[in-house]
Write a protein that binds this ligand. Structure first.
Ligand SMILES: Cc1cc2nc3c(=O)[nH]c(=O)nc-3n(C[C@H](O)[C@H](O)[C@H](O)COP(=O)(O)OP(=O)(O)OC[C@H]3O[C@@H](n4cnc5c(N)ncnc54)[C@H](O)[C@@H]3O)c2cc1C
Length: 489
């Protein structure tokens, strides 16, 4: 069968948060991007409410953080099932908090950005087949039997990923918690806190505001375990909420109710030839700690600049393998940490409860442990492995450095400089050697020439991690580093 002509550089399957961020990045890089989404209309089914610091930094590097923050409420600590508390107020970031805002707000901003940058989003387009060869990938869509063809495809089609199934990539794991109730309701009496969280031996209850008078309840009753298909009665939601919180806030008028189970699974491979998996399609875990959407967005931020560099011919295809090398261990850590959190929070047996008390007390009284917990949950602590002998900054997240002003409109901070979607070279000296790479590089000087970076030249990847750094490098060394990361000019 002859394949159709290439219609896009990248086809993205699934317009959830992961796919939308990726689409915006690739379109901003000037690539032809098509997003295929099976739903005919935009989703109003919010799941995530928590946007963590590292995600806000990534959104800041795309000029979206302030607008998103305006839609929600900041919390400087996160209660996990009312039993474990993670303090975020001391995180070394411009965003030392977790933002509570419905997932639909994040998706709306990402979609607007993707469309503005020129991405095509086709709704009512369910992917049912794909084939790849040496030149590209053909993707079959059910409605109208249309076939799209691109150089690369990314499956961001969620936990039941069709792309993953078509590639034959397994999704091993197990169920962590079942019969969790979700309900969108009105309340007669507003809770005192933004998030209301409680847990007892009988179960847990969680209330979060949509910001328009509606509230999301997530509740779980240990004694009432039913299959996902069993209909939800409002009385079930009211009963367990009252049992756990002592009050039910007069919850009424549900507009939507559902019962779900949460799995802990991870694909062993994130790539098969020209096709990649990202977000829930690659990993899923319990909602404890609010990590799923955040991890998916970071996957997309890691993959987008690599795809762009390879498609532009600036980097070899091998760069794309580093997506799995870097992101798979992060997914595994999130699975482990969110799994540990939910198991501790739901601990029932006497020894398990004793362990929970010990961990909670240690987290409260041992500052390094509390700090590590905050860095893990917020994503601020994530770093990637550096090659042997590399400068100690390589692989680490680069904080939002203050930059010396280069006239009106020039970036004042690293995250502003990253908005161009390019590498940023931070150097105290003017470096004429960078001139041949002008089209793929932003250069800036640190605002404080006597600060920590005074003799250091630092090359920051478009996703905000250090690619290369050296103290007082020679022109030859710098040229070599730029050629390695940005290609031969
Ligand atoms: C109750 C609950 C609370 C949560 N709370 C949080 C939280 O506070 N913070 C957090 O970070 N995460 C949270 N999560 C997880 C978060 O919602 C997910 O991790 C996130 O939505 C994953 O985004 P995604 O883009 O990878 O996939 P999805 O959002 O699932 O999007 C996948 C898209 O692909 C489309 N699609 C599927 N199949 C096809 C196909 N064959 N063809 C075309 N399109 C297709 C779907 O229609 C969908 O639009 C929560 C989850 C639950 C269940």
């Amino acid at each position: 069968m002859s394949e159709p002509q290439l219609t896009s550089d990248v086809v993205i399957v699934g317009a959830g948060p992961t796919g939308l961020l990726l689409a915006g990045d690739l379109a901003t890089a000037g690539l032809r991007v098509t997003v295929l989404e099976k739903r005919g209309t935009e989703s109003n089914l919010t799941r995530a409410f928590a946007v963590h610091a590292r995600t806000l930094e990534a959104l800041d590097a795309r000029g979206l953080a302030d607008e998103l923050i305006a839609t929600g409420t900041r919390l400087s600590s996160l209660q996990i099932f009312g039993r474990l508390q993670v303090e975020l107020g001391n995180l070394p970031t411009r965003f030392p908090f977790v933002l509570i805002t419905p997932q639909s707000n994040t998706e709306r901003l990402l979609q607007e950005r993707a469309l503005k940058a020129g991405a095509t989003i086709l709704r009512g387009a369910e992917v049912i087949g794909l084939r790849q060869d040496a030149e590209g990938v053909s993707v079959d869509v059910s409605e109208g039997g249309e076939t799209h063809r691109a150089r690369y495809v990314v499956g961001t089609d969620g936990v039941r990923s069709k792309v993953r199934e078509l590639l034959g990539i397994p999704f091993p794991g197990e169920s962590v918690i079942s019969s969790v109730l979700l309900a969108d309701v009105r309340l007669e009496r507003e809770p005192a806190e933004v998030l209301t969280v409680g847990a007892t031996e009988q179960g847990f209850a969680f209330l979060a505001p949509f910001g328009d008078g509606w509230y999301r309840v997530i509740a779980w009753d240990r004694a009432r375990q039913l299959p996902d298909s069993a209909p939800v009665a409002l009385s079930e939601v009211v009963d367990i909420t009252r049992t756990v919180l002592g009050v039910d806030h007069g919850l009424h008028d549900p507009r939507w109710m559902s019962r779900f189970h949460s799995d802990e699974r991870q694909a062993p491979d994130y790539r098969s030839g020209r096709v990649f998996l990202a977000g829930d399609a690659a990993h899923c875990h319990s909602p404890a700690g609010g990590q799923g959407m955040n991890t998916g967005l970071q996957d997309a931020a890691n993959l987008s600049w690599k795809l762009a560099a390879v498609l532009r011919g600036w980097s070899p295809d091998a760069l794309l393998d580093s997506y799995r090398t870097e992101r798979h261990p992060v997914g595994r850590t999130v699975l482990r940490s969110s799994g540990a959190l939910i198991r501790l929070a739901l601990a029932h047996s006497a020894p398990a409860r004793a362990l929970r008390t010990a961990v909670t007390s240690a987290a409260r009284h041992l500052p390094p442990m509390a700090e590590r917990g905050a860095r893990t949950v917020s994503g601020i602590g994530i770093s990637y492995q550096a090659p042997k002998g590399a400068h100690h900054l390589v692989g680490h997240r680069v904080p939002d450095l203050r930059l010396a002003s280069d006239g009106p409109g020039s970036p004042q901070r690293l995250h502003e400089a990253l908005r161009a979607g390019k590498f940023v070279l931070v150097s105290p000296d003017e470096l004429s050697v960078t001139q041949p790479w002008e089209d793929r590089l932003v250069t800036a000087a640190p605002a404080d020439p006597h600060g920590k970076l005074r003799d250091t030249v630092l090359l920051v990847r478009p996703d905000g991690y250090a690619a290369w750094a050296a103290v007082d490098p020679s022109r030859g060394e710098l040229r070599e580093a730029l050629a390695e990361w940005l290609g031969r000019p």
